[in-house]
Design a protein around this ligand. Structure first.
Ligand code: G6P
Length: 567
């Protein structure tokens, strides 16, 4: 049986924990755990083995009452080898098994004691033919292929074996052999068979000619725009917009998806004259009390981010209508919404969200123009023009990536030693600046802040000197003259204090000379809303090239994970 990580726990255990190593079976479990309790050490890594050495477990989630349970078990002379919350689960199962000799009953009794989220797999020396497990506030799917059962929390892990998979639902406990999975729903109190859903083809997960997924996925943006334009059903957009028209709109997301939500606030206000409440998912419920009068748009690439799901569930409980915009088919967010919209960008494997962010913006834009048409903020011709613009965007983004990537790389090369920077913008470019700053710090490990250009003078300007530079996103001079001159004033204030400024904008390339910019990259304007997508791609390329020059682990930056499924 494949249970690594034994040595260090034997001193503490009652029995010899090496039992698993000496067993010959074809069962294997493993888990990449994002550190939550205790440092990244061998002892804290999964699987965890019960103190009696008879059970081993991998767990995704958080046991909120683990301290109390641990104390209780320690009083019963059960020893712990790690600082993790997960180890209490396996020790509780072992304890209850010793009382009833029934694995399923031990699992059920254990789950009744746990508070938090717990999706786990369990193996035991008492049954060498099965993996046991449960799904509670997490995601877990499986497929049976040619005498082998693969169980995983991510569709990508199942993709090499099958084009579809079966996903457990909340409260399911199961027993899997290599030919069969028996699933019992503790909520429905009966044996159940869950639905099979399509998952991405394994070939879409190859890096092909690219050296990492981030650059591959940035390059896939034009194709993703094409698919989005073809697949997003106008009828569905109309249904969503009609409901939003009647309701108070809220938009939520975490990380990059939160910055898209903020872009949404500007887009809905400007194109559809619709106010919205937007907060980061982790804070939303501390500020806002949902009611049935709300319509929530929940943005999440993975559809599994804990904080976003938490908000979604609260809104749902209160009777609000939910639109979920996700890139993962069958994700928890998709399942829990009345209006699930699938981004269909193809798998996004890099921790850094790129193509998926761009598509979220386009979907929000499409909902907003549909609402604008319904409530009279837009005329039919304006709506038609905005729709056409979203088609044009594909080729403009494609040309931008092909023609400007090298130019952006050269700027990144020149700036690589400077470890502090601001990303600034006004209007729609304010959330663009915040998202670009997040991308930059996530992957370069350099300090950056995304702020509105107008707020610089209220404190942050004190940081400016030769060792601090600024990336600015400029509105188009003709279309938004006032905003343009406003940010140019802010830029001169930075320059007056010795700070270098690099800018992205849509005006002619003479800009750099006229305004003493140390570099200027021009995008081809489409319209001010969709130009955000071009600026976001520019920010992604800038972060990417800097990280590549610094030789960072681009697809898996330190301390981060693709989907944070814990609170
Ligand atoms: C993690 C990632 C971020 C991402 C966020 C939200 O924190 O490190 O890059 O933006 O999750 O992910 P979601 O799947 O909800 O869009």
């Amino acid at each position: 049986m494949s249970i690594k990580k034994i040595g260090s726990i034997t001193e503490c255990c009652q029995n010899d924990c090496n039992i698993f190593e000496s067993i010959d079976t074809n069962i294997s479990i493993g888990h990449t755990r994002w550190a939550t309790h205790g440092r990244v050490t061998v002892n804290n890594s999964h699987p965890h083995i019960s103190s009696d050495g008879c059970f081993a477990l991998v767990h995704n989630g958080i046991i909120e009452n683990y301290n109390l349970l641990k104390e209780e078990l320690e009083h019963e002379s059960i020893c712990f080898a790690s600082e993790t919350d997960s180890e209490v689960i396996v020790n509780l199962i072992a304890k209850y098994y010793s009382e009833c000799n029934d694995i399923n009953a031990a699992i059920i009794r254990t789950n009744e004691r746990l508070i938090g989220s717990f999706t786990y797999l369990l193996v035991t020396i008492y049954d060498l033919k099965h993996i046991y497990g449960c799904c509670y506030k997490g995601t877990l799917g499986y497929q049976i292929v040619e005498g082998m059962t693969v169980i995983a929390s991510d569709q990508i892990a199942i993709a090499p074996y099958s084009d579809d998979a079966i996903f457990f639902e909340d409260g399911d406990i199961f027993k899997a052999s290599n030919t069969e999975v028996e699933c019992f729903s503790t909520r429905e109190n009966k044996e159940v068979t869950r639905e099979t859903i399509k998952i991405p083809k394994a070939s879409l997960c190859e890096k092909n000619e690219y050296s990492n997924y981030m650059i591959k996925e940035i390059n896939e943006t034009p194709r993703a725009i094409n698919v989005c334009n073809k697949n997003i059903d106008k009828k569905v957009l109309m249904e969503i917009a009609e409901d939003i028209h009647e309701k108070k709109l809220c938009i939520v997301g975490a990380g990059s998806s939160f910055f898209v939500a903020q872009l949404g606030q500007y887009i809905f206000s400007s194109l559809a004259n619709k106010d919205s409440k937007v907060h980061s998912a982790d804070e939303f419920l501390n500020i806002y009390k949902p009611t049935q009068l709300n319509h929530l748009i929940a943005l999440s690439q993975s559809g599994e981010t804990f904080d976003t799901l938490d908000v979604l569930k609260k809104f749902s409980e209160k009777g609000a209508k939910i639109t979920s915009i996700n890139n993962v088919n069958g994700s928890a967010s998709q399942r829990l919404s009345q209006f699930p919209i699938l981004q269909d960008c193809g798998p996004e494997l890099s921790v850094l969200s790129t193509k998926s962010v761009s598509i979220q913006v386009i979907i929000i834009y499409k909902i907003a123009i549909t609402l604008g048409l319904i409530n009279g903020s837009l005329k039919q011709e304006e709506y038609n023009k905005y729709m056409e613009d979203s088609i044009i965007l594909e080729s403009v983004v494609s040309e931008f990536i092909q023609n400007k990537s090298e130019e952006i790389r050269k700027i990144a090369e020149r700036q690589k030693e400077i470890k502090n920077c601001f990303f600034i913008g006004n209007g729609l470019n304010y959330p663009v600046a915040m998202e670009s700053s997040l991308k930059f710090k996530e992957v370069t490990y350099y300090h950056s802040e995304g702020i509105s250009s107008g707020s610089l003078k209220h404190g942050s300007l004190s940081l400016i000197d030769r060792s601090f530079y600024t990336i600015a996103f400029l509105p188009n001079k003709d279309a938004e003259e006032k905003m343009f001159y406003h940010i140019m004033t802010n830029i001169s204030e930075i320059q007056a204090r010795g700070g270098d400024v690099i800018a992205f904008g849509s005006d002619d390339s003479k800009m750099a000379e006229f305004n003493n910019l140390s570099a200027y990259i021009k995008i081809m304007p489409v319209n001010k809303y969709l130009d955000s997508v071009l600026f976001l791609v520019a920010g992604q390329l800038y972060a990417y090239h800097t990280a590549a020059i610094l030789k960072r682990d681009i697809d898996k930056p330190r301390s981060l994970a693709k989907a944070i499924t814990v609170s």
